[in-house]
Design a binder for this molecule. Structure first.
Ligand SMILES: Cc1cc2nc3c(=O)[nH]c(=O)nc-3n(C[C@H](O)[C@H](O)[C@H](O)COP(=O)(O)OP(=O)(O)OC[C@H]3O[C@@H](n4cnc5c(N)ncnc54)[C@H](O)[C@@H]3O)c2cc1C
Length: 418
């Protein structure tokens, strides 16, 4: 007999979500995590979880505990355009986003998973090998736990939730599809900053560069810049200076005079997109970053981690519990994952940091004055519906007609110099 019904590798967003859902479905789950401390957390993450994840967070009962731990809820973001702001409307039906530092989020999710009957949280266990059958199916994992010898665990399904460098995928020989990211990014937090744009936060798509300003937990304001890589030398010479100049040049940007910067700049100068087949081998599936590690600019990764884990459990918990056809169930997960694949294809193009095309310019311009297009754009940005909610011929025609007739603005703020 197998030791468990499911082995989930990685006790972060994707892994804790899957383990909790499987545990609640009555399964025996090993949740294996290399870190020893339940407080361990990812540091390189902007922790802004898009509104498209709201349903899953509510359904799993994660939303309220996040709010109780101090998460900031954002009902809409203002988007700057050279034709004026796209102002979010509170009644537009786009679900809210949520932000909680990973130092609070990861331990919270681990706590919920560990308290779920049927879930064994195995901290300090690093997966170093896979148990495989002769037909290439995955039957379990081998873990190393400090000085103790290797432990072999067997289950009907192994779930790789071990992040963008996924050891499980590497051990299984799963091919990786890499795509370049032509932007780099840095952000920091301020106490006492004032936002001057509309909404609970603002986004500035400035040609090839992007900037954001968002209210987060702890009463802090997070300001982030995502310049195209040709600006890298400027940041290499004087990172903080270049950051400050960039932010100071944002039209209607935040007022930081008198505000206190509460952290050093956090970020990275290269973060390529990585994609792997989420259902690569019999007995093995991948969720979260292990399957799709996207450009950080649209802030999709945490949402994909929660959602792919929930979709996997929805598709497979019952056959795992009742001994049904797991292969078919896994195909159901593969189908659900196409939602992410479609956005990832668009995200990879965006990550090339090309100047906005005619379609993007037309849609943004129309959204300034057309509430329906503004709502569709917000739904797209929050990943709350498939891309076709925005990218369809009807919307494109309406946007083209609207932007041709839109009146020019009396006073347009200047975009910061590149
Ligand atoms: C700079 C940057 C900014 C970002 N900002 C945002 C943002 O604002 N919003 C957003 O939605 N997304 C953001 N992301 C993406 C987000 O951080 C990831 O998508 C998210 O963390 C993925 O969660 P995960 O659970 O799949 O993987 P991870 O959070 O990476 O967790 C993987 C887990 O697996 C464990 N593990 C790894 N190997 C092993 C092993 N061999 N054995 C056992 N355990 C193992 C790790 O210790 C870890 O706990 C950002 C990413 C970057 C790089």
């Amino acid at each position: 007999m197998d030791d468990y019904d499911v082995i989930v590798v990685g006790a972060s967003i994707a892994g804790c979500t899957a383990a909790t859902a499987y545990g609640r479905a009555g399964l025996r789950v090993a949740l294996v995590e290399r870190h020893r401390s339940p407080q361990a957390h990812k540091t390189l993450c902007g922790h802004f979880v898009l509104g498209g994840t709201h349903d899953v967070l509510q359904r799993l009962g994660f939303w309220q505990p996040m709010v109780t731990r101090g998460a900031a809820v954002t009902t809409g973001l203002g988007v700057w355009t050279e034709h004026g702001w796209i102002v979010p409307r509170p009644d537009n039906g786009v679900p809210p986003a949520i932000s909680l530092h990973r130092s609070k989020l990861d331990p919270l999710l681990r706590e919920i998973a560990a308290a779920t009957p049927g879930v064994d949280l195995m901290l300090g266990h690093r997966v170093v090998g896979l148990v495989q059958d002769h037909a290439g199916g995955v039957r379990g994992v081998v873990t190393a736990n400090g000085t103790a010898g290797p432990t072999e665990l067997r289950a009907r399904l192994v779930v790789g939730a071990d992040g963008h460098h996924s050891t499980v995928a590497r051990l299984a020989g799963v091919p990786e599809d890499h795509a370049p990211n032509e932007r780099f990014l840095f952000w920091t937090y301020y106490e006492g900053a004032t936002m001057n744009g509309p909404g609970g936060g603002q986004v500035w798509p400035l040609g090839r560069d992007v900037a954001v300003c968002i209210r987060v937990d702890g009463g802090l304001t997070q300001v982030g810049v995502f310049p195209a890589k040709d600006r890298l030398p400027e940041f290499t010479d004087d990172r903080q200076g270049a950051f400050d100049r960039f932010v100071a040049g944002l039209p209607d940007g935040p007022s930081l005079a008198g505000a206190r910067q509460t952290s050093n700049l956090v970020g990275t100068t290269d973060y390529p997109c990585i994609r792997r087949d989420p259902t690569p081998r019999p007995g093995l599936v991948l969720i979260g970053d292990a399957a799709t590690s996207s450009d950080p600019v649209p802030a999709v990764g945490c949402g994909w981690a929660f959602r792919s884990a929930a979709w996997l459990a929805d598709a497979t918990a019952e056959p795992l519990a009742r001994g049904g056809d797991l292969r078919r169930a896994v195909l159901g997960y593969r189908r659900a994952h196409r939602f992410i694949d479609k956005y990832d294809a668009l995200g990879r193009r965006e990550a090339l940091a090309r100047p906005p095309g005619a379609l993007q310019r037309t849609v943004r311009r129309a959204a300034v004055s057309d509430p329906d297009i503004a709502r569709r754009l917000a739904t797209f940005a929050m990943r709350a519906a498939p891309p076709s909610a925005l990218l369809n011929p009807r919307v494109v025609i309406r946007a083209s007609l609207g932007s041709r007739t839109a009146a020019p603005r009396a006073r347009q703020p200047a975009a910061p110099a590149r």
